[in-house]
Design a protein around this ligand. Structure first.
Ligand code: HEC
Length: 166
């Protein structure tokens, strides 16, 4: 009898423990929500915008807008999950890194050498299916590129490269 009681006590204290862990996790999660990300997009200067400058065919424009501009420009549309920490921090990290590497809203500030290099990188990333990031296309089905879309974007990007004077 006493042995069974001992087991019951152990069982109950295990439940207490689990409750504490659950409450602790929920409290931590709620606490993290204090730290919201900055979602302010800088004002757009269309004279510096990649699409404005290069004036691509509609198909290319659509691909760039739906599959690249959320990360690589100041025209980010933040998804619902960007309201939830810690996912929001991870989203913001991607956007910051992406803008640093290639910012379509600041294309007009790139010199010839840099523009050519970025166009070359674009073709390479898209050809090798490195871009758009898989973590993005999982949540944005409209940004999943078909083989045909990839080919079109790659050859268009290459066609935009200009000869550099030596
Ligand atoms: C979810 C955000 C996201 C999307 C959408 C996205 N990228 Fe990126 N991109 C990144 C991040 C983050 C980096 C920098 C780190 C890395 O290379 O993985 C990057 C890097 C790049 C680079 C490398 C630049 C360099 O000089 O090395 C190119 C080029 C690029 N992206 C092109 C594209 C193109 C083209 C698209 C659309 C077809 C696209 N990206 C869509 C996040 C994104």
């Amino acid at each position: 009898m006493s042995c069974n009681l001992g087991k019951l006590e152990l069982f109950l204290s295990a439940i207490q423990m689990k409750k504490k862990i659950v409450i602790g996790t929920v409290a931590l999660f709620l606490f993290l929500q204090i730290f919201q990300i900055d979602k302010i997009n800088l004002p757009i200067d269309s004279s510096k915008d990649f699409i404005e400058i290069t004036n691509p065919p509609d198909q290319i424009r659509d691909i760039l807008k739906t599959a690249c501009y959320d990360c690589h420009s100041h025209e980010t549309k933040y998804p619902w999950y960007s309201n939830i920490a810690p996912v929001s921090w991870w989203v913001k990290d991607h956007i910051n890194d992406a803008r640093e590497e290639l910012n379509f809203s600041e294309w007009g500030t790139y010199d010839l050498k840099k523009s050519n290099h970025k166009l070359d990188e674009m073709a390479e990333e898209v050809e090798e299916e490195g871009m758009p990031l898989t973590s993005y296309t999982l949540a944005h089905s409209e940004a999943r590129l078909t083989g045909g879309q990839r080919k079109a974007l790659v050859s268009w990007a290459k066609s935009q490269m200009k000869p550099e004077e030596k």
